[in-house]
Design a protein around this ligand. Structure first.
Ligand code: GDP
Length: 458
């Protein structure tokens, strides 16, 4: 396919050691050469080389930048098109000025994600891989990064393509049957189709099982810290944040927002919901306290329910237990350094089957046990043992559910003795829904919308 040449600044705005202006399209080298002065013209240098030189003003010939230009000939490039990447000295003005010159010489400013979109449209990656690129950029932890990386490698795509192939074979066998009715092998076809789609159903189930964990790794686990005043909620929050900070700040480009919002607990990103309101409850307390907690609880996927081991259980404690009964709860029994006054057996009865972790947060004791409890609550084999194909993207999960429904409809129709071409309609729909995951049957609108969420220059 042929398109115009696009350009964008591919590095984040602000001051940095270098900034990169990226061009992709048939005119990339030619446009570059109008500004570039070096030993050899960019059009004549070998592919996959980086070339030192200067950029000059196209008419006045005065030097405007000292540069290194990567030259990459199609098709072995990110977009499968000719590409150049101009490395300039970092700085807002410098990169922007070079971009303006490049645009004046005939490139068009790229839309967000347009480079990746071209990689997709030129067949270098499929849609799920493109989404992997985006997830990688947005990953909050190492673990989330490796999930995205696997998607980028095309593991999910391969699995989906395999499932679609199976469905297609089923559909094809029906077609044969319809086209040559004299063969009249209806029953045989139906039985083999049934077995085939049943197998696909099992595989979809396996993928969906990973979805919950995948989504947690990708988006974080919405976590609320709940408890009566003074039991140690802030202490817990601070401990978790302190533990996590060192890890989070290691990741380049991590913003303060992210830092405050996410804490990395053994590779599980916790998104801490603001439960500040719960803290300052006074006399009318009971009601307000519980009421406020309920609100915070609504968005929570994990609740850390904190108790003071140095005090007997109160009515308020019990009300909080009741409010959180439907959620994934980890009970934190804090202040175990002080004499025990809580009736632990009764507590256990009130929160059956929930892990109870004993902590003395003032001494930072029990924190790693808590972190392990969080990990094993959501990852049965432990977070560390993970090397599998996770489905983490909401869009993919929704499509898998849809495909599952279609397959179930097909199975039911087959069981009810419906004509085979009716069954085939449902199977074809499942095939299309799976195709949308990898972008083979995705409508243009969806593709445009997906890529528009990318960063500029990617
Ligand atoms: P919150 O009101 O639930 O947020 O409770 P805080 O975290 O503010 O803690 C209340 C008080 O209990 C503070 O004075 C803490 O220092 C103290 N505290 C917290 N954890 C422990 C602990 O494990 N042992 C002891 N002895 N005191 C603690």
């Amino acid at each position: 396919m042929e398109w115009d040449t696009i350009a964008a600044i591919s590095t984040p705005p602000g001051e940095g050691a270098i900034a990169i202006i990226r061009l992709s399209g048939d005119g990339a080298m030619k446009i570059g050469d109008r500004l570039y002065r070096g030993k050899t013209a960019l059009q004549d240098v070998d592919t996959h080389t980086i070339n030192y030189g200067h950029l000059v003003h196209p008419t006045r010939e005065e030097v405007i930048e000292e540069v290194m230009v990567s030259v990459l000939h199609a098709p072995r490039t990110f977009t499968k098109e000719d590409m150049i990447e101009i490395n300039v000295h970092g700085g807002v003005v410098s990169a922007d000025r070079v971009l303006q010159h490049v645009l004046a010489e005939g490139a068009r400013l790229a839309e967000p994600g347009e480079f990746t979109k071209r990689a997709f449209l030129n067949g270098r990656i499929d849609l799920s891989q493109a989404e992997g690129v985006m997830d990688m950029i947005r990953a909050k932890t190492d673990r989330a990064m490796s999930v995205a990386m696997k998607q980028l490698e095309g593991r999910l795509a391969r699995e989906i393509k395999h499932l679609r192939q199976q469905l297609l074979e089923g559909i094809a066998s029906v077609e044969v049957n319809i086209d040559y009715p004299e063969y009249d092998a209806d029953d045989v076809t139906l039985t083999s189709l049934y077995t085939q789609i049943q197998a696909v159903d099992v595989e979809i189930d396996k993928l969906l099982k990973t979805a919950k964990q995948g989504k947690i790794l990708r988006e974080g686990l919405a976590t609320a810290i709940i408890g009566r005043p003074n039991v140690g909620k802030s202490s817990l929050l601070n401990t978790l944040v302190q533990d996590a900070k060192a890890i989070v700040t290691d990741i380049p480009g991590t913003t303060r927002d992210v830092l405050e919002e996410y804490v990395n607990v053994n590779g599980v990103p916790l998104r801490l919901i603001d439960t500040a309101g719960i803290r300052d409850t006074e006399d009318t307390v009971e009601k307000i306290g519980v009421e406020r907690s309920r609100q915070a609880l609504q968005d929570a996927e994990l609740i850390l329910l904190v108790f003071n081991a140095n005090e007997p259980l109160t009515k308020e404690d019990e009300a909080l237990i009741e409010a959180s009964i439907d959620f994934d709860v980890i009970v934190v029994l804090n202040k175990t350094d002080l004499p025990k006054k809580i009736d632990e057996e009764r507590l256990q009865q009130l929160v059956p089957n929930r892990p109870i972790v004993r902590t003395a947060l003032l001494q930072e004791e029990g924190v790693s046990a808590l972190e392990e409890a969080i990990g094993s609550l959501f990852f049965e084999q432990g977070v560390e043992a993970i090397d599998m194909n996770y489905v983490s993207n909401t869009r993919h999960i929704a499509l898998l559910h849809q495909a599952k429904t279609s397959i179930h409809e097909a199975l039911t129709s087959a069981e009810d003795g419906m004509p085979i071409d009716m069954v085939q309609i449902d199977v074809t729909r499942a095939w299309e829904q799976l195709g949308e995951i990898v972008g083979e049957t995705a409508p243009d609108q969806l593709i445009d919308q997906l890529f528009s969420q990318f960063c500029l220059g990617k």
